[in-house]
Ligand binder design. Structure first.
Ligand code: ADP
Ligand code: MG
Length: 417
């Protein structure tokens, strides 16, 4: 009986989906990795980059290029488009040219960035085990042997430099000095506008022989981008102009981020589809905005390091004991008890203060410094995200899930302070 009614329930969902109005014609077009063939409002950047890179078609090295602009301003889409076309043209005319695109944030280490560039030359590099210097030597030897010109795109280079320093970039920018036949040209892309300040001046001057800036999109520009994509993605008549305008306006008010605008449109469409509605409305867009924000928080919470999760769990338990705002000393006490309960060595109070600051920066906690008169100052901490979200995410966590219902002894005796 039970399983039968469950089946009907699911049948219902599936049937609704199959027989529904069909919100999407091709939802893949709204996915983040889709590369559109037409990029409105980036004509200037497309032309400049094509102009800068064109000499490689005649076998000359082009200038290194440094591209920067905030997230979602089309940097990745534009460079991928230019590279595809350039390599295609190069192969047609037999130019000794290859390109290698690496997302440095995803690669994560100098070693992996370098192995990706080696792969572009047909070299296989073991997953680990070699010194970076050794990989670099093999890379240069392979490049020289083939008399290639290799265009290396280092996307999100700012993330790598912040984690690992600029040694790799320094070595790559000097690579041509030691090459007899092969040549490299670098294209660095950064989401962080202040990234230049992190670079050694020699690296900076080499990398930014040319600079191309991507400014945020305005609301009307975002609208054009969304309209083009929406025509391909949605079935006829399900979208009103108002919906597209609202997505454009919301994304423009943040920082002109096309990814954000496209996400809003996709999630709004998915919500309409799930609810079996025939049209996507402004309400769907507003719900999409809330859902995206909540998903972001969940992702942040899930990927926190263990000790940060335990600190947060401590504050969650304090809130559970009706302590809305706690001082850092008490947070440390609860945190230590949780560590002991789990058999983990606690960090020092100083390190925990550091973790609290980091959690504040990413918005998971709110802290404020209060004066205790002649006893100095302390920090008061409260949760920056709903308790229900923390509970939902941490319940599934192998470690933190085990202390989520724990009642700390230090809270039993003292009650709320
Ligand atoms: P960035 O690399 O600057 O963070 P992306 O190139 O990844 O930004 O762009 C984010 C999203 O917006 C991608 O899905 C991309 O296809 C789309 N996009 C950005 N600019 C345009 C444009 N001018 N025309 C069409 N789609 C665009
Ligand atoms: Mg990008």
């Amino acid at each position: 009986m039970n399983s039968c009614s469950r089946k009907d329930l699911l049948e219902d969902v599936f049937d609704k989906f199959l027989q529904g109005p069909g919100i999407f014609q091709d939802r893949e077009v709204l996915r983040p990795d889709y590369v559109p063939s037409h990029l409105p409002h980036r004509e200037e950047q497309l032309k400049r980059l094509a102009g800068i890179l064109a000499p490689v078609l005649k076998g000359s090295r082009c200038s290194n290029v440094f591209i920067y602009g905030q997230t979602g301003t089309g940097k990745t889409a534009v460079i991928r488009h230019v590279l595809d076309r350039l390599i295609h043209k190069g192969h047609e005319s037999g130019a000794p040219l290859e390109a290698c695109y690496v997302n440095c944030r995803l690669a994560g280490t100098d070693y992996r960035v370098l192995s990706r560039t080696c792969e572009a030359l047909g070299l296989e590099i073991p997953f680990t085990g070699l010194a970076v210097g050794e990989v670099f030597d093999r890379f240069k030897a392979a490049l020289d042997a083939r008399e290639f010109l290799l265009l290396i795109v280092l996307d999100e280079i700012d993330a790598l430099i912040k984690m690992r320093g600029d040694t790799l970039l320094y070595e790559l920018s000097r690579a041509n000095e030691n090459l007899k036949n092969g040549r490299v040209a670098l294209i660095g892309i950064s989401n962080d506008l202040h990234f230049k300040e992190l670079l050694d001046p020699r690296v900076l001057s080499s990398l930014s022989e040319e600079e191309v800036v991507f400014r945020p999109y305005s609301a009307p520009e975002l609208r054009d981008i969304l309209f083009e994509r929406a025509k391909l993605a949605f079935s006829n008549g399900v979208l009103t102009d108002g919906v597209v305008n609202l997505c454009a306006a919301i994304a423009a008010a943040e920082h002109g981020d096309a990814r954000r605008a496209l996400d809003l449109l996709r999630v709004a469409g998915e919500l309409a589809e799930r609810e079996g509605d025939a049209k996507v409305t402004d309400d769907h867009v507003r719900h999409a905005q809330e859902k995206i924000e909540q998903d972001r928080v969940v992702e942040v919470l899930k990927t926190l390091p263990l000790h940060s999760k335990l600190v947060l769990c401590g504050i969650y338990l304090m809130k559970q004991a009706e302590i809305n705002e706690s001082i850092t000393g008490d947070v440390f006490e609860v945190y230590t008890e949780l560590c002991e309960h789990l058999g983990i060595d606690p960090l020092t109070q100083r390190r925990v203060s550091g973790l609290i600051n980091e959690l504040d920066v990413i918005g998971v906690l709110n802290t404020r410094v209060v004066s205790l008169g002649r006893y100095g100052r302390t920090k008061r901490v409260r949760l920056g995200v709903p308790r229900s979200v923390i509970k939902a995410v941490f319940t599934d966590d192998t470690w933190v899930g085990r202390v989520l219902t724990y009642v700390p002894k230090c809270l039993q005796h003292n009650g709320a302070r």
